[in-house]
Design a protein around this ligand. Structure first.
Ligand code: HEC
Length: 144
């Protein structure tokens, strides 16, 4: 009997591949994970716990930009049902506000890239601006 249920589960998993809904959730979580990875490298630099390395700063900022650029496209027109997600309903009730928050994040990253900060001081103020976006967007558009 146990084997029967097991085969049934495997069969169901095989005939019902991940729905597009959950693919979206995966894509946006991956994107945010990449953003977090970059911040994990940049934060100690900003806090003077790691040596300033302009090449590393630029490449991490590029990674963040690439990951964040398509972010809004991972949110379908209607909120998903039955998915494990921290996306707040406000994304769908205030889509323009959400897209504006994302645009401001992207433009602050681009500003850092264009400035090509060569000194720690220059980088610190730009990085502070970039990371302010995390909190301000999460407060409104992410459930905890
Ligand atoms: C424009 C809005 C926005 C900005 C800016 C933003 N986030 Fe997010 N973030 C979200 C939303 C929405 C979620 C939840 C998405 C979901 O679970 O479906 C999230 C989720 C996350 C997660 C959890 C991912 C997971 O695996 O579930 C991490 C980590 C994260 N963000 C880090 C960051 C960091 C670090 C920054 C800034 C450098 C940042 N985010 C900027 C909207 C944003």
């Amino acid at each position: 009997m146990k084997n029967f249920y097991l085969s049934l589960i495997i069969l169901l998993m095989w005939i019902c591949p991940a729905s597009p809904n959950s693919q979206n959730v995966k894509d946006r979580q991956n994107a945010m994970q990449q953003v977090r990875e970059a911040v994990k490298v940049l934060f100690p630099i900003a806090k003077e716990k790691a040596e300033y390395d302009d090449f590393l700063v630029i490449s991490m900022m590029e990674q963040m930009l690439e990951a964040a650029k398509p972010y809004a496209t991972y949110f379908p027109k209607e909120p998903e049902v039955d998915v494990h997600s921290e996306a707040a309903e406000t994304i769908w009730t205030d889509r323009p506000g959400f897209e504006k928050a994302l645009a401001s994040f992207l433009s602050d990253i681009e500003e850092t890239l264009n400035a090509e900060p060569e000194t720690l001081e220059q980088f610190q103020s730009l990085f502070a601006k970039v990371t302010n976006n995390c909190k301000s967007c999460h407060q409104v558009y992410r459930m905890k």
